[in-house]
Each structure stands twice: as C-alpha cells, then as structure tokens.
Ligand binder design. Structure first.
Ligand SMILES: [Zn+2]
Length: 313
C-alpha cells in the first residue's frame, strides 16, 4: 500500500472535506473531489523511444508503444482509467492495450485490468496476484473488500519465478520477489532501455505500508532489494511504485536503511515488546526522516515478523 492508498482510505472514510479539515489545510484544492484533482495531474515523461513514465493515475505506470498496441506496467486506479488511456493515446499514439503487467494486486496497480481485459489484452502477474484477485480481499486499510475481479480482469498469464517476452523491439524480463510488499510482487525490466520497474517493493517518496495481511514481510522486503540489486547496474533507471525515478545507488541506500530497521525490530521482538511499545521506541528514528511519520510502516513491519519469528525464550 502506498501513500495514495492511505489517502484514498481516509477520503473514503472521512470524506474529502473532513480530510481537509483533519489535515488542517482546509484549502479548496484539498476539498475538491479526488477524481477531479488527480485526473488533472496525469502527466508523462519520456524514458526513450516509445517508452513513457505516466504519473498521476494512482501509481507510476510505464508504457511502451508498438504498432499493435501498448504494453503497460501497472494500470492505476479504476477511476482514472479513461484519463490514463487518453494520455497513452497522446504520448504513444494508441489507446489499445495489448499487454498489462500487474506488479502486485493492490487497487492502484490493477484498476485498468477490467478495461484492458475486455480489449483482449494479455494480463501478466505472479500466480499469487491472480489468486488474490480471484477472491474478496479483506485488509485493515481498505474500507471494503477488493475483488474478486471479473474473470476477464484477472491475470491470464502468470509466473512463479522469472520469465521474459519480446515486445515492440524490447526484451522484457520479469521476476518474482518472494513475500516482500505482498506475496505476489514482480519487477519488470526493459533490458534495452535499461528501465527497471520495481513495483510496490520500492517507494520513492514516503514510507510504504508493508502489506503483511497478504503475505508481505520485512525480511522479504530486504530480500526483494537484494533481487533488484542483482538486476540493476550503474546505468539502470529504477521506477518505484510512486515518487521519482531512482538509481542503483538509491536502491543500495534503501536496502541498508530497511535492513537496519529490520535488525532493530527483531531486537525489539526478542525483548517481548508489543506493537504500541515498538512504535514508542521509535526504531526508525534517523533512518528516513524526510519520509515523514514512520509509525504505520513500523507497525506493519513489526507485525509482519510474527509469522516468521518466535521471540527468543
Ligand atoms: Zn502496493
């Protein structure tokens, strides 16, 4: 879950006006309907010939144009589908989606699945993502269950490990990061352009929430970074789920930071502390202060340890 998910959750729960009041801003911008506000901000940046990064539809989306149609990595929120397809048409001269990757099951990534599936697109994801999308998903952070998506909106081609396809002159390799942000995360690497779409494992501009309720966990998040660091080289442009493009050096810094936090959380678990005590101990202090309040991440990361460790006796 991203910052956007939390905002979406708050908006659905409180309503936009209440959210504006709660945030203390009270500006007309914040009080505007979320779809109007966000749809107006859909923009794209060129990553190379026929390759674009599209932002503002709910998550970072990478789109590759080809004569037969577009290939997209992630599809944004469902309410932004029309605006997104308009932007794809504007930048890549096609509004037909032929291939759509889901880096994981979250609503920000899978909102275009139904439209794309009806167009006859091939939907590619990890097998676990398909399994989640085939049933109602209940989590503590979504106001109501998500899914099951209609049959046509579910991934039609799945992987358990790594796989590759050729499309639009690109060699595209994708692979699994075991139990990281969820239990179905994949990265997608455009090898010729050397663009690595990292999905939910990497957040570029704030603390993500570790979705331990659908199989994510802190140790797996660190292992996910190890996997990405094997794929990335010094020239790779890394596209996180949200926020600006990152470098391999940024991935190394994130990995180090998350591993430090992981070690601190394991130490607190071994002391027998509960989630409230762990938050009070401020284990993320000094690690990524520019990302704001880490409490939600710390709590989910700590809870994620429970399925993997028993405290030392
Ligand atoms: Zn996510």
């Amino acid at each position: 879950m991203s910052v956007l998910s939390r905002r979406l959750f708050l908006e659905r729960t409180l309503g936009s006006a209440a959210l504006a009041a709660a945030s203390g801003a009270g500006s007309s911008l914040l009080a505007a309907p979320s779809h109007a506000r966000e749809a107006a901000h859909i923009t794209s940046t060129s990553l190379g010939p026929n390759l674009s990064l599209i932002t503002g539809a709910g998550c970072n989306i990478v789109a590759l144009g080809a004569p037969e149609g577009a290939l997209l990595v992630d599809g944004g929120l469902a309410q932004h589908s029309s605006a997104l397809l308009k932007e794809v048409k504007r930048t890549l001269n096609t509004s037909r989606v032929k291939v759509l990757f889901n880096t994981h099951w979250h609503p920000e990534q899978t909102g275009l699945n139904e439209r794309a599936g009806k167009m006859g697109a091939t939907l590619i994801a990890h097998e676990n993502t398909k399994l989640w999308l085939s049933r109602p998903i209940r989590t503590s952070w979504l106001p109501k269950p998500y899914g099951p998506l209609p049959e046509k909106a579910r991934p039609s081609k799945t992987t358990y490990t790594t796989d590759s396809i050729s499309y639009g002159g690109e060699e595209i390799e994708y692979g699994y990061m075991i139990q990281a942000h969820t239990d179905g995360d994949i990265y997608v690497h455009f090898k010729n352009a050397n663009v690595l779409v990292a999905g939910g494992v990497v957040s570029g501009d704030g603390w993500p929430r570790l979705d331990y309720e659908t199989g994510g966990w802190m140790g797996g998040l660190v292992a996910g970074y190890d996997r990405l660091l094997k794929v990335a080289d010094a020239n790779t442009r890394v596209v996180p789920a949200d926020g600006p493009i990152l470098s391999r050096g940024d991935l190394e810094a994130h990995r180090k930071m998350y591993f430090t936090l992981y070690e601190r959380l394991v130490a607190l678990l071994n002391k027998g502390l509960g989630p409230d005590e762990v938050i009070a101990a401020a284990p993320a202090k000094g690690l990524a202060d520019q990302w704001g309040n880490p409490d939600a991440f710390v709590e989910s990361a700590f809870r994620s340890l429970w399925g993997h460790f028993a405290p030392d006796a």
